[in-house]
Design a protein around this ligand. Structure first.
Ligand SMILES: [Zn+2]
Ligand SMILES: [Zn+2]
Length: 227
């Protein structure tokens, strides 16, 4: 694994800015990986051994993902929407798992660790780099039950929603009267009032590279009248 300051500047560049969350996230990832025995998680031999659960969608999550190389599309990054500054690092080979939580005390101790720095944000940025892991984090050894349908690799199972016909992958269906339905057809959905739309230029496609045709995606979607 690269050195801390190199990881921090790479992570900040990928994230878009340097912030206290980057410092905490880089350190959280370094510690998590060390605890499960992976010294270079982005290396090809190690990348398949790691799953990380992040419990917040804040700056820290980007840093954890950047340092560990886990990705949503690889199914190695799991987002648990808990609103907690924590991440769990799982070694799939050994089954070892550690949950690393950022402490609230660290916030209060910023002035103790960086008394020479003025301003809350710069002070936190410096202090989080100086604090020992034991102040910045609490660590729990945990068991993570991994379902085969949560694992990286090919789709384990497909089923068709009995209501809308959409294919549902990896057991994400729910059952109503013993019939499988997709989550959007159930109550457990983040959107509502879905209506399919069409628009005049919807036959647009990007075509091959170097095509002389001008790219255009004008025209606003028009809602189809409800059936
Ligand atoms: Zn940030
Ligand atoms: Zn459906």
């Amino acid at each position: 694994m690269k050195a801390f300051h190199e990881l921090l500047s790479d992570s900040a560049a990928a994230h878009g800015h340097l912030c206290a969350g980057q410092v905490v996230g880089v350190r959280m990832a370094m510690l998590g990986c060390r605890l499960i025995g992976l010294d270079d998680p982005t290396r090809r031999e190690q990348i398949k051994k790691l799953i990380v659960y992040v419990e917040m969608d804040r700056c820290t999550a980007d840093a954890v993902a950047h340092v560990t190389g886990v990705k949503l599309g690889r199914r190695s990054l799991k987002f648990m929407d808990y609103g907690i500054m924590a991440a769990t690092f799982v070694n799939l080979e050994t089954g070892k798992a550690f949950r690393v939580l950022s402490t609230e005390e660290a916030r209060d101790l910023a002035s103790v660790y960086a008394p020479d720095i003025a301003g809350k944000v710069p002070q936190q940025l410096a202090a989080y780099q100086r604090m020992p892991d034991s102040v910045l984090f609490k660590v729990q050894s945990v068991h993570v039950k991994l379902d085969p349908c949560d694992m990286p690799g090919p789709t384990r199972r497909k089923i068709v929603c009995s209501r809308c016909g959409q294919v549902i992958r990896d057991r994400r269906e729910v059952y109503l009267d013993n019939r499988p339905i997709c989550k959007p057809c159930s109550e457990a959905c983040y959107f509502s009032h879905a209506r399919e739309v069409t628009w005049p230029a919807m036959n647009w496609s990007p075509g091959e590279r170097n095509s002389s045709e001008e790219e255009t995606q004008s025209d606003r979607p028009i809602e189809r009248s409800p059936c």
